[in-house]
Design a protein around this ligand. Structure first.
Ligand SMILES: Nc1nc2c(ncn2[C@@H]2O[C@H](COP(=O)(O)OP(=O)(O)OP(=O)(O)O)[C@@H](O)[C@H]2O)c(=O)[nH]1
Ligand SMILES: [Mg+2]
Length: 348
């Protein structure tokens, strides 16, 4: 079988695509500065005003660009699922460290621009004014180049996040998980709006994906995950992503087993992983389901479904609905704004 290029390979490389981000930012800023024109009482006054404008614009454009390039990753660090996915993919301190250095560059740029403006006001010759602007450009450029590697990291992290779903924390989530090739994605496609890739080999799914489903009054998020082999101490990045989803996104887990063993793994191996997860994720309800019911007539005590014929899917949906209802109801609900006001008033 030829090696397949997963989404991981396509999307999350740290290598910059094309030009260095610092060079793009500096071109943008210097171009804006170059267009600056100013009126003044005489040549010196005009030259000083234009120089001030160049410095202010360069600094503003650079700081805005740094802010924009940090925004998505900053927000992601506030969400436990995304923060953990980033930590696993890039290392625990790569994204927070890059954000910190880019933030400090913004503060330093502001200081540099204010100092340059003060020096300019003291200059009384056109040549000196020109030298001041050039010195500012030089220092600003080296500050931006210093964070080039951090901007590359943030770009890669943003590309990585773009390929991951955004989870609505207010909507209940069932995470569909199990061994590779057992039929998880086929079930997710049957249960929700998601259209995952389905194929007859393990690790077709390499990253998490989410579909939505209407359960009458409730909505739910159905999360597809890569398969997990459950080898002690060894997880590949795709398996790691499934584990992060179980830890940080699951209100309930749908554990999918393939009793036919067509997937290439024995039922005993799959049941071992199930037993381990029951210990590890004790706080989250786990629903066990056997799929590929159209291929087997052997007896089983578990619910059997088929993604091919649709057998058992109605019952499965009802069970998931019941489980999610119970899981969500047992969560401590945040106080509604009017309750907060009442409490505050009573307390005061
Ligand atoms: N006959 C039959 N085949 C199924 C059923 N569900 C899935 N399959 C087949 O099983 C194979 C694996 O299905 P997937 O849905 O890709 O399995 P997966 O668990 O998502 O696999 P990974 O993403 O690789 O972990 C595919 O060839 C599917 O067509 C089913 O209910 N009946
Ligand atoms: Mg899959």
């Amino acid at each position: 079988m030829p090696p397949r290029r997963g989404r991981e390979d396509r999307g999350a490389s740290l290598a910059p695509r094309g030009r260095a981000p610092s060079s793009i930012l500096l071109d943008l800023a210097f171009h804006q500065a170059y267009k600056a024109s100013a009126h003044g009482t005489d040549r010196l006054d005009r030259s000083r005003r234009r120089a001030l404008l160049k410095i202010v614009r360069t600094s503003a454009v650079l700081r805005r660009q740094l802010r924009l390039r940090s925004a998505r990753c900053s927000a992601a660090l506030e969400e436990p699922l995304s923060a953990e996915l980033l930590a696993r993919r890039f290392g625990p301190s790569a994204v927070p460290g890059s954000l910190g250095r880019v933030y400090r560059a913004q503060t330093r740029l502001l200081g540099l621009s204010e100092a340059a403006q003060r020096s300019l006001r003291r200059r009384s010759d056109v040549i000196g004014i020109g030298a001041e602007v050039r010195a500012f450009y030089g220092r600003a450029a080296s500050m931006i180049r210093e964070v080039d590697a951090n901007l590359v990291t943030l770009e890669a992290a943003e590309r990585f996040l773009k390929q991951r779903p955004r989870i609505d924390p207010n909507v209940a989530t069932v995470v569909v998980a199990g061994f590779p090739n057992v039929g998880k994605s086929s079930l997710v496609a049957r249960l929700s709006s998601a259209k995952p890739e389905v194929a007859a080999y393990p690790f077709t799914t390499l990253s998490i994906a989410v579909g939505h489903a209407d359960l009458g009054f409730d909505r739910m998020q159905v999360m597809d995950t890569p398969g997990v082999l459950g080898r002690a101490g060894r997880t590949n990045p795709a398996e790691g992503e499934a584990l992060v989803a179980l830890e940080h996104a699951a209100d309930a887990i749908l554990f999918v087993l393939d009793p036919t063993e067509e997937c290439g793994y024995t039922l005993a191996e799959q049941e071992q992983l199930l037993a381990r997860w029951k210990d590890e994720y004790g706080g989250v309800p786990i629903l066990e389901v056997e799929t590929k019911a159209d291929l087997t007539t052997s007896p089983s005590s578990r619910l059997r479904v088929s993604a091919v014929t649709g057998a058992g899917l109605k019952e499965l949906k009802a069970l998931i609905q019941g489980l999610l209802r119970a899981a969500v109801l047992s969560k401590p609900t945040p106080l509604a704004p009017e309750e907060l006001t009442t409490e505050f008033e009573l307390g005061g």
